[in-house]
Write a protein that binds this ligand. Structure first.
Ligand SMILES: Cc1cc2nc3c(=O)[nH]c(=O)nc-3n(C[C@H](O)[C@H](O)[C@H](O)COP(=O)(O)O)c2cc1C
Length: 337
């Protein structure tokens, strides 16, 4: 018998059972979204489906981000774009990340989102860090780090259009040797944003090399608003390091949360717990985003990385097509123990 899947109707889930969070006040105040060392699920395109966000919230993430959503796509009422959005767990609103290069379009869409999802959105974040060619070639994402005048116009327009807190996420710079994050952060602060999130790699680095953690301290020193650290967060000690050694106000977990939402709880999951959560995830996707069921192949390989049968599980997941294939695999995994 499989473990009980997500209780209640998605997307509002009952919390998963887990150890209580480690000591420390990590309450997320909407007035000051990033005070008190909040732990945040970073925006991740292709990873942060609505069910994964609920799982991370239930396991202790103070805030979760949507995948980046095209403001232009929303303005065309593209259903695929709109499907990237969904409310979070009740009482734990979601951060919605928009990307775009036209200040009017981005601002209009931020305003519309506030109307359509009243109470379910914690803040609007603007993506100025995505290095993907199809994004930067249109002057969006990290390309805005080379165009601070436009970047400022976008931020000011969004701040004026919504009463939600507005934040911006960017990188160390664009070119390999660039290091204009401090200047860029000051520009963002002067545009009225509530906080900045900084990833200590340049756009040209993509995800190569290591993230410049000192950069977080430099940005923090230069600003009066909260700074959210991003880059190379794989363990609780990486989280502590950013908070204690580099002065970050909050920490974003990105790749370190794939297959490991337990990073938000500080407890090591048993195999049964991994199966239970992977099953939740699969059933949840089947209910709220059935077209994305195939993405469970990747999620499953992440959920079981480092376990005794990881390679075998990855190969078997590759052949799964329908919910019953996944459920048979979960039974198998428990039997292989
Ligand atoms: C698969 C993937 C998708 C990502 N998608 C986004 C995105 O949509 N928006 C964004 O601002 N950053 C995105 N990022 C960047 C992460 O939010 C984060 O800043 C980066 O991965 C550095 O953190 P890490 O070294 O801890 O993974 C993505 C990263 C990955 C690995």
């Amino acid at each position: 018998m499989m473990a009980e899947p997500l209780a209640g109707e998605l997307p509002v889930a009952e919390p998963l059972s887990s150890e209580p969070l480690a000591a420390g006040q990590r309450t997320l105040s909407m007035a000051k979204p990033f005070a008190n060392g909040a732990l945040v699920l970073a925006p991740m395109a292709g990873v942060n489906d609505p069910v994964f966000r609920i799982i991370c919230s239930s396991l202790g993430a103070d805030l979760t981000y949507t995948e980046m959503v095209s403001a232009k796509g929303l303005s065309y009422k593209n259903p695929k774009t709109a499907s990237l959005l969904s409310p979070g767990v009740e009482g734990k609103p979601t951060a919605v990340q928009l990307f775009g290069s036209d200040p009017h379009i981005v601002a209009d869409q931020a305003q519309q989102l506030e109307k359509d999802f009243a109470g379910a959105i914690a803040l609007i974040d603007i993506n100025m860090g995505c290095p993907a060619r199809k994004i930067v070639s249109k002057g969006e994402g990290a390309a805005l780090m080379k165009d601070p005048v436009r970047a400022k116009a976008i931020l000011e327009a969004v701040v004026a259009a919504t009463s939600l807190p507005v934040t911006v996420k960017f990188r160390k710079g664009y070119e390999l040797a660039d290091d204009n994050a401090v200047e860029f952060a000051k520009m963002a602060e002067s545009s009225g944003v509530a906080a900045v999130a900084v990833h200590g790699r340049t756009a040209r680095q993509f995800y190569h090399g290591s993230s410049d953690k000192e950069l977080i301290a430099r940005v923090k020193q230069a600003l009066h608003i909260p700074v959210i650290a991003s880059g190379d967060v794989f363990t609780r000690s990486d989280i502590r390091g950013y908070l204690e050694d580099y002065g970050a106000d909050a920490v974003m977990v990105a790749r370190g949360a794939r297959g490991n939402p337990w990073i938000f709880t500080d407890c090591e999951p048993s195999l049964e717990e991994r199966v239970r959560v992977a099953h939740w995830h699969t059933v949840g996707l089947m209910r709220v985003a059935p077209r994305r069921l195939h993405s469970m192949r990747r999620h499953i390989s992440w959920y079981f990385t480092g376990t005794a049968h990881a390679a075998r599980i990855r190969r078997s997941a590759h052949d799964c097509k329908e919910l019953r294939d996944y459920e048979a695999l979960f039974e198998q995994i428990l039997a292989w123990r």
